[in-house]
Design a protein around this ligand. Structure first.
Ligand SMILES: [Zn+2]
Length: 49
């Protein structure tokens, strides 16, 4: 989950912004290096029990 590919051109993406939410999920804003397409991803933290 570290390096997501661009959904449009499969290019490399960079993380523009990372925000943790109250529900425990992490929202990341990403942008493609190649086509500049921006999209958001939601990741769930693995909680240790
Ligand atoms: Zn792209």
């Amino acid at each position: 989950m570290a390096n997501l590919k661009c959904p449009k051109c499969q290019g490399k993406t960079q993380i523009l912004d990372t925000r943790s939410r109250a529900d425990g999920k992490i929202k990341r804003r990403r942008q493609c290096f190649s086509c500049k397409y921006r999209f958001n991803t939601f990741e769930t933290l693995d909680k240790k029990r």
